[in-house]
Design a protein around this ligand. Structure first.
Ligand SMILES: [Zn+2]
Length: 184
């Protein structure tokens, strides 16, 4: 499999090569646990917002319930209702909130931009001075696509992007949206 040399190691590491090597980064485990906590925090906030933006709903009576229990039949096995529908759980409400209120990134553009930052050089072919990124992209679209998929996986695993129904949202946008909504 032909790979871009940049992708044989994490992109971020390649880009950081010029950075101050004396700068002390937290240990891997420590970093992972910080990331894990951040993610849990965001998920908790998303759940809180999803509960605020939806209503408890009794499916048997097919009506909204005022609280955790249906006043008509006494059931506490309630669904959540939004203008978009009725379902159990709040994962779907979270997805609905994000897809309705935020814009997904343009994956092709963002990937190309991140590669450009790693490889700003031009190359000379015959008498032509060409942009290295464009040459790579045009000469081997399959390798380009594989590298793009790897980049996406990495961005998701580092909690920079979140995937919802095949769209990718910036975690920072989600955090900003949560801050706005929850601090109102
Ligand atoms: Zn009921």
């Amino acid at each position: 499999m032909l790979r871009l040399p940049c992708l044989s190691q994490p992109l971020s590491r390649v880009c950081e090569e010029g950075a101050d090597s004396n700068q002390k980064l937290p240990e891997r485990n420590e970093r992972e646990s910080i990331m894990q906590n951040q993610k849990e925090e965001i998920m908790k906030k998303l759940e809180t917002l999803a509960m605020q933006k939806s209503h408890p709903f009794c499916y048997s009576c097919y009506s909204r319930a005022p609280s955790v229990k249906c006043k008509t039949c006494g059931s506490d096995d309630l669904m959540r209702e939004t203008s978009g529908g009725v379902e159990f759980g709040c994962d779907w409400v979270i997805k609905e909130l994000i897809s309705e209120n935020l814009s997904p990134i343009n994956v092709d553009e963002e990937f190309e931009e991140s590669i450009r930052q790693c490889y700003p050089e031009t190359i000379t072919v015959l008498w032509m001075e060409l942009d290295a990124v464009t040459v790579a992209k045009d000469s081997d679209p399959i390798s380009w696509r594989i590298a793009k998929d790897e980049w996406l996986d990495q961005e998701v695993s580092e909690d920079l992007l979140m995937e919802i129904d095949s769209n990718y949202y910036r975690i920072s946008d989600i955090e900003e949206y949560l801050d706005q909504e929850l601090n109102e």
